[in-house]
Design a protein around this ligand. Structure first.
Ligand SMILES: [Fe+2]
Length: 488
């Protein structure tokens, strides 16, 4: 049996499957690791165990890989493992790829029928001692935080009813509750949604089901100190569409944007829905409750920002129309209206937002994002995303930006803020970010460390991986170093 990956963009160049598991002790470091930077930077993204069953594939349909950079006393160690999902196990047993199109099981090999086909390839979150690898079309998989061994699918003690759980849960910085949601909670193309609250001890304390206005691609949501905010964009699907072997999503801007807001101490029966013309929605930076106003800071584009989601009207992918910009939406809960105000905060092509997570769900001032600076070279080949060439700190109070260009033939991924010490002021700390280095200098991957308040000065240190690491999607920092284990 031959095993060969296709010569397509997803499988060649920087993106060629890596498929390595293991550990590397003492990565090469240029500069000095800041004293006090102690902990693990976990990342999650797709790689491909087998060539695609249908000849080609998109990055987001790859097997979940979780990696960890461990910072210990100025040294940096690395470990990387595939998540052993049911899909991974079924393909490993068969010796070939069984999965079909992204989120369309009707295109799978019959050997995968009835099996959990989620990929756990989008985000990795440490909560209540559990390291959870997540993708929004299924339940998380729990991993050992030290060895990265897969422990099994996580249903929070068997009490979860929803078939799905978001890859972007929010952790309340005071209560340590994890608030999540699921869409298509009742199965493929279903309209049911679920709201979940996981206590600080990791036990599901609340789950409520409700019906969405329509089936929508809801990649992110928002939580404030007092409210929960669901945001539906007009990428939709149907069983008929899936049975016909089409892509899961189609972008249909004739459908409206719907935003549902409910009090955290209320119920889904309190959901109030707001409406706006159909547009593309991206990640949420943060959201705040202020009296009777809820402010949602979210990336908005005229069309869907993902090239793999086709337009219902047949229009081709238009990068300009799909440019995400950071907008502030203001919802007046005292007004008798289903409308809301929008203000575009920055005109730039920007996404992959992070905050000082001690300020998630609370009033905040700073964010760090990836930007495309059109005045600088853009290296797109083999990157996940459009080729981010600049890191930015946004000051939401002063409405200004600080920037660092990542250099020639390089692209950055989602940044990660780490506080300098417990109790440090908001934004006082370091910014970690993976860079992909592209030809012609040779492929490579490095983790840069910047002073988060002075990113324009460039990296304090660069941690070099001796192997090429495919682009991850999201990651998170765990401040306490895990005890020494067998895998770094
Ligand atoms: Fe995301």
């Amino acid at each position: 049996m031959s095993l060969r990956f296709p010569d397509t963009a997803t499988f060649t160049g920087f993106n060629a499957p890596v498929r390595i598991e293991g550990e590397i002790r003492d990565l090469e470091v240029e500069g000095e690791i800041p004293s006090g930077l102690e902990g693990s930077f976990y990342r999650c993204g797709p790689d491909f165990r087998f060539p695609p069953r249908l000849g080609d594939d998109i990055n987001h349909n790859g097997d979940g890989v979780v990696s960890a950079f461990r910072f210990e006393g100025g040294r940096v160690h690395f470990a990387m493992r595939f998540v052993r999902t049911e899909k991974y196990a079924a393909e490993d047993a068969a010796g070939r790829g069984l999965i079909g199109l992204y989120r369309n099981p009707f295109t799978d090999d019959p050997l995968l029928a009835g099996r959990d086909r989620t990929l756990a390839n989008t985000n990795v979150v440490l909560h209540a001692g559990r390291l959870l690898a997540m993708k929004e079309d299924g339940l998380p998989y729990a991993l050992d935080p030290v060895t990265l061994d897969t422990l099994g699918r996580c249903d929070f003690g068997g009490r979860l009813q929803s078939q799905t759980f978001t890859a972007h849960p929010k952790i309340d910085p005071e209560t340590q509750e994890m608030i999540g949601f699921g869409y298509e909670a009742d199965g493929l193309a279903g309209r049911q949604m679920a709201l979940q609250v996981i206590g600080a001890d990791g036990v599901l304390v609340r789950e409520e089901m409700f019906e969405a206005p329509y089936v929508s691609f809801q990649h992110d949501f928002a939580v404030t100190e007092r409210h929960i905010v669901f945001a539906l964009m007009p990428a939709t699907t149907s069983l008929e569409r899936l049975k016909a072997g089409q892509t899961h999503w189609v972008f249909d801007p004739s459908l409206p944007v719907k935003v549902g807001i409910m009090p955290r101490d209320g119920s889904v029966t309190d959901l109030r829905w707001f409406s706006a013309p159909g547009r593309g929605l991206g990640h949420v930076l943060n959201a705040v409750s202020d009296g009777e106003e809820v402010r949602l800071d979210i990336f908005v584009s005229e069309r869907c920002q993902f090239p793999f989601i086709p337009n219902a009207d047949g229009a081709g992918f238009d990068r300009a129309a799909s440019t995400p910009r950071l907008a502030r939406w203001r919802f007046d809960l005292s007004a008798n209206s289903d409308g809301f105000e929008e203000e575009v905060l920055f005109p730039d092509f920007m996404e992959m937002p992070r905050t000082d997570d001690r300020y998630q769900t609370r009033p905040y001032r700073y964010g760090w994002c990836a930007v495309i600076d059109p005045q600088r070279p853009i290296a797109t080949a083999g990157t996940l995303g459009p080729g981010w060439n600049t890191l930015v700190r946004v000051d939401m109070a002063a409405r200004r930006q600080d920037r660092w260009w990542v250099g020639e033939n390089a692209a950055c991924q989602e940044p990660q803020f780490v506080p300098r010490r417990p109790g440090a002021a908001e934004g006082d700390g370091w910014l970690l970010c993976m860079l992909t280095r592209l030809a012609p200098q040779g492929y490579g991957s490095e983790l840069v460390i910047l002073d988060a308040e002075r990113i324009a000065e460039g990296p304090i240190a660069r941690v070099r991986a001796p192997i090429r690491l495919r682009g991850a999607i999201h990651g998170n920092w765990a401040p306490r170093p895990a005890p020494e284990g067998k895998a770094a």
